[in-house]
Design a protein around this ligand. Structure first.
Ligand code: NAP
Length: 261
């Protein structure tokens, strides 16, 4: 039997990252669960990973901080010996939804650091690590998955900073996919729609109305997405179901991206 895949997931203590970790555990993966500060949530996520048949450990680190990114990689290598899959999931929304003309530089810098700069420089470190790793019998050497958002292309003028950095993360996927294509490292973008997590907890009523109660919902599938929906897409990538695809975008959004008349 092939050895289990080793995966580093940023922001795995809660929400989508936790959902990804549990789904990968169901596939028998070993998972490094990164978190920013919520120790209890991280420990709970690890317990769920173990209950689902996987194994792993938690590792604190702010993806916006260079020394922390370095530590995420070195601790994962110390525990697992290699990184088969990196999932750039950690991300934050603006603290206040401000009109585009009033949004602050401080908010822009925060989102840029966590949602774009962090994933880019972490990917750089991990890609260099993957390049040192042997290809397996099927030619697999590593995979990078970036969790962007429908906000990479849908304009929301009350959180323009979030949209801009997610669009940047989308371009990062293309760039890394091109650079690493001949190195047996495929890079993918997953674009979640509206997913039920802490991030969307504060706007639940608004989205309940838009998705479920309005006569014609904003999503053809009239339900909220769940972290597990995104987890299943990442699992398919970790199981290497798309070896001849790189730079591909997976819409996990209930059909939000469809243009409808
Ligand atoms: P969430 O429930 O707020 O969870 C955020 C996770 O990221 C937590 O594990 C948190 O750790 C971690 N985190 C926050 N800042 C970090 C940092 N600086 N360094 C490392 N980890 C950090 O968010 P979510 O809804 O699951 O979102 C996950 C990703 O999906 C984000 O990139 C988000 O933009 C994207 N997304 C979400 C939705 C949605 O509808 N929810 C839709 C599209 C895309 P702690 O627990 O320690 O705070």
């Amino acid at each position: 039997m092939a050895p289990s895949k080793t995966v580093l997931i940023t922001g795995a203590s809660r929400g989508i990252g936790r959902g990804i970790a549990i789904e990968l555990a169901r596939a028998g993966c070993r998972v490094a669960l990164n978190y920013a500060g919520n120790v209890e949530a991280a420990a709970e996520a690890l317990a769920l990973v173990k209950a689902a048949g996987g194994d792993g450990f938690t590792v604190q680190g702010d993806v916006a901080v260079a020394a922390d990114r370095q530590r995420l990689v070195s601790e994962t290598i110390a525990k697992f010996g290699r990184i088969d899959v990196l999932v750039n999931n950690a991300g934050v929304a603006p603290k206040v939804r401000a009109d585009l003309l009033d949004s602050s530089e401080e908010s822009f810098d925060r989102l840029y650091g966590i949602n774009l700069k962090g994933p880019f420089f972490l990917s750089q470190l991990v890609a260099k690590q993957m390049l040192k790793q042997e290809r397996d019998a099927e030619g697999f050497r590593g995979r990078i998955v970036n969790i962007t958002s429908i906000s990479a292309y849908a304009a929301s003028i009350n959180r323009g900073d979030y949209c801009m950095v997610k669009a940047g993360l989308s371009m990062m996927t293309k760039l890394l996919a091109d650079r690493l294509a001949n190195d047996s490292i495929n890079v993918y973008e997953i674009r979640p729609g509206v997913i039920a997590t802490d991030m969307t907890g504060g706007v639940k009523e608004k989205y309940d109305k838009l998705i479920i109660h309005d006569e014609r919902g904003i999503t053809p599938q009239r339900r909220w997405g769940q972290p597990e929906d995104v987890g299943r897409a990442v699992r398919a990538i970790a199981e290497d179901r798309f070896p001849f695809s790189t730079g591909a975008v997976f819409d996990v959004d209930g059909g939000f991206h469809l243009h409808r008349l």
